[in-house]
Design a protein around this ligand. Structure first.
Ligand code: MN
Length: 741
């Protein structure tokens, strides 16, 4: 075992600058902020940490010792606990990162310090490999501080300094740490009443997570600072005079708002920055103490409301009824002569200290837990309850209380590897997929949440672990637009739909031009626009789109141009689901594959009816429209009987000639028992074995069953039958049906 004391004493051991100076600054801080402290112990802890980390550097390249020193200074200045917590801050990383063992800590500093360092080392273990946020991990975190609540206070210092120096880490790591901070540490700091630390953690997280919003708020505040300051000063003058007349001793100041809370308000209320920071806020801090202090707060309140009109609904009395974290203050909002709102907080110095540093301000560790402040007692009791009933729902409730309630607009979910993603409320697996990568978004065909298949429209909840199943053969489904909530997913999907639409419009125009040319028609652009209007299309693009989709027959247009005959009024090819009616370009080559009355007919317009989507191999018949084009229906089509009975003279017998590499759209419905991996297996069977393109796929699960809708491209009926056979053989599949609507 290393004899640390001996090493430090016997070798020529010297703390190099600037760290020697920083040790003296730390001692000075202890003198200022701690009522009593063991200076020799702090110096010893400092030197031991310096020695232990002597070969370590941080990601930024600076010597590692800078980190424990910074943490110790945060603990002294911001939390102001006691000397042991400062020593623990100095030594918090040595057991994990250096060859100094816990035994040495125990031998050098005693049992109390050893327990603290042990707790801090264990906390690191919790974070090391796992994603936070699940109740289980939060519970472990709580348990780790149950032994000694100072563990979590030192951890706040550690996290704050890590956030302050986050810039040296790779971006992905920055995002993870910032999210974790926003989700767990900031609310926890709030729970402990550490307002200043909470605000700084939030702001630093925002800087990483929403860099643009962050800098625009900072800039906006800076630009408007002078104006806001002068307004506040103007407002304060008469108030100050009046309070002085009454003989109060007080501080009065404009209150700067936390950048994160401004951001949060902008989001929640959907307002611009100006509308948020335009709400002015001041704080009056009275120097009187105890009961007299409370009474003075009420007197000041009545003086202010004599001067300015209060908004009664905005009044809050946290003095008679403190918040659960010990916060006490009077809040009111008053109107100035111009009707502008000013938020006013009134409190004593003691209350202000609790407001800024919370529980830690009450913490008198040396007096023992039993004699400590009742608020702290309550917190500790609650922690002990958690420890004794680890299976209780309290841990879960705790997570909900501090993370869900505080950030109701956001949810936090995990990738299968445990990386955290922040999404807006109501986000779906598709939003999640686009958040990870645009490609994953476009190619997602299914999702598993906490190991179970869910529909792509499933609303994710905080703590969900989300796995996206992708297939290169699939592309975005236009229907997704109905349920995605993130801007990214929405804009990408819309963009893709527009692209497809533009391609269809181009194709429709080509089709028109080809056929018009063949019919020896020369039609100017103006005539075309007029033609579109006569066919009740608001735009030319709309008309071409419908031509491409098979909803409008070019022959009808040509007929109209020649004779002025109105198109047929009976529209049997009514549009159906948007995802199904639009056919791929390749399909139109299918005209060549059809034999009508036994002949391969070229140049005759054929339209594959979108009511039944016939494919080669299907039993089909042709129906000649008034314009002369032939609509191809399956004999089993729901419109077939009507046409066959009422228009026998327009029916043509049709058959298929074999032609490869032409693809037709077909829809399949697959049902079966839900199980892990089912979507993956289905897509593998479809895409790998038979080289079939999946156009879209969606899966719904309910009560252990799934129902999948697959739209795919096949070359002919034989191909489709083989495919159905393969899908039937996939484990847990109970039925495969071709669907026609
Ligand atoms: Mn650390």
């Amino acid at each position: 075992m290393l004899e640390a004391s001996t090493i430090l004493k016997e070798r020529d051991f010297k703390v190099e600058e600037p760290y020697g100076r920083q040790l003296e600054e730390l001692i000075a801080d202890c003198n200022q902020y701690l009522p009593t402290f063991d200076e020799a112990m702090i110096r010893h802890a400092f030197k031991l940490s310096y020695w232990a980390h002597r070969n370590d550097r941080r990601a930024s390249g600076e010597w590692y010792i800078a980190h424990p020193i910074a943490v110790a200074r945060i603990v002294v200045r911001e939390i102001r606990l006691d000397d042991v917590s400062v020593g623990a801050a100095l030594l918090h990383d040595v057991v994990e990162d250096t060859d100094l063992s816990l035994e040495i800590i125990r031998a050098e500093f005693g049992e109390e310090m050893a327990l603290l360092i042990d707790g801090l080392t264990k906390i690191r273990g919790i974070y090391a490999n796992r994603a936070l946020g699940q109740a289980e991990n939060v519970r472990k975190l709580i348990l780790s501080m149950a032994q000694d609540v100072r563990v979590i206070f030192v951890k706040f210092g550690d996290r704050l300094h890590n956030m302050q120096t986050l810039g040296s880490l790779p971006p992905a790591k920055q995002l993870k740490i910032a999210t974790e901070t926003l989700m767990l540490f900031a609310p926890l700091a709030h729970r402990f009443g550490l307002q200043r630390i909470k605000s700084e953690l939030e702001n630093l997280s925002l800087k990483v997570l929403e860099p643009e919003a962050y800098s625009s708020i900072v800039l906006g505040l800076r630009e408007s600072k002078q104006e806001r300051d002068s307004y506040i000063n103007q407002f304060i003058v008469p108030l100050r005079e009046r309070l002085q007349q009454y003989g109060f001793e007080f501080d009065i100041k404009g209150r700067s708002k936390n950048i994160y809370s401004i951001f949060h308000k902008m989001q929640a209320q959907n307002k611009p920055l100006e509308a948020i920071y335009d709400v002015f806020a001041i704080r009056i801090i009275l120097k009187t103490r105890g009961q007299k202090g409370k009474e003075d707060c009420w007197r000041v309140y009545s003086i202010i409301t004599d001067l300015y009109k209060p908004l009664p609904e905005r009044f809050r009395d946290f003095i008679s009824v403190p918040k659960s974290n010990g916060y006490q203050s009077l809040h009111t909002t008053v109107l100035d002569a111009d009707g502008r709102r000013i938020e006013v907080q009134i409190r004593t110095e003691e209350m202000d200290e609790i407001a800024e540093r919370g529980m830690a301000a009450h913490w008198k560790y040396k007096e023992g837990v039993n004699k400590a402040d009742t608020k702290m007692d309550q917190l500790l009791n609650w922690v002990h309850d958690l420890m004794e009933n680890p299976d209780s729902e309290q841990a879960t409730e705790f997570v909900q209380e501090f993370s869900l309630d505080l950030y109701t607009d956001e949810i936090y979910v995990f990738t299968p590897r445990g990386d955290l993603k922040t999404l807006p409320k109501n986000a779906t697996p598709v939003d999640f997929a686009f958040q990870i990568h645009t490609d994953i978004g476009f190619h997602c065909i299914g999702a598993k949440v906490n190991g179970k298949m869910v529909p792509l429209s499933y609303k994710l909840r905080s703590g969900d672990q989300v796995e996206i199943i992708t297939s290169k053969k699939v592309t975005a489904n236009p229907d997704w637009i109905k349920f995605v909530v993130t801007h990214k997913a929405r804009s990408r999907i819309r963009h893709r739909i527009n692209e497809e639409r533009r391609a269809a419009v181009r194709y429709g125009r080509q089709l028109w031009e080809k056929k018009a040319k063949r019919a020896k028609l020369s039609v100017s652009e103006e005539e075309l626009v007029r033609l579109a209007a006569q066919f009740k299309y608001s735009t030319l693009a709309q008309m071409f789109y419908e031509i491409a989709s098979g909803l409008l027959d070019v022959q009808d247009l040509i007929q109209y141009m020649r004779t002025g005959d109105a198109p047929e009024s009976v529209d049997i090819d009514a549009p159906t689901e948007s995802g199904i009616t639009f056919r791929e370009t390749a399909q139109y080559k299918g005209a060549e594959t059809l034999l009508i009355n036994g002949e391969r007919i070229k140049g005759l317009a054929t339209v594959y009816a979108s009511c039944c989507n016939p494919i080669p191999g299907d039993a089909v018949f042709g129906y000649t429209s008034k314009a002369g084009s032939i609509n191809i229906h399956r004999t089993g089509c729901r419109n077939a009987a009507h046409l066959l009975v009422n228009y026998p003279d327009r029916i043509q017998s049709c058959a298929w000639s074999r032609q490869k590499d032409v693809r037709f759209v077909v829809g399949l419905r697959v049902v079966g028992e839900d199980r892990v991996g089912i979507v993956h297996d289905l897509t593998t069977v479809i895409s790998r074995n038979l080289k079939t393109n999946i156009r879209s796929m969606s899966v719904r699960t309910e009560d252990g069953f799934f129902e999948g809708t697959i739209i795919l491209h096949v070359s002919d009926l034989q191909h489709l039958k083989r495919l159905i056979g393969r899908i039937r053989r996939v484990e847990s599949v109970r039925g495969v049906y071709r669907f026609e609507e």
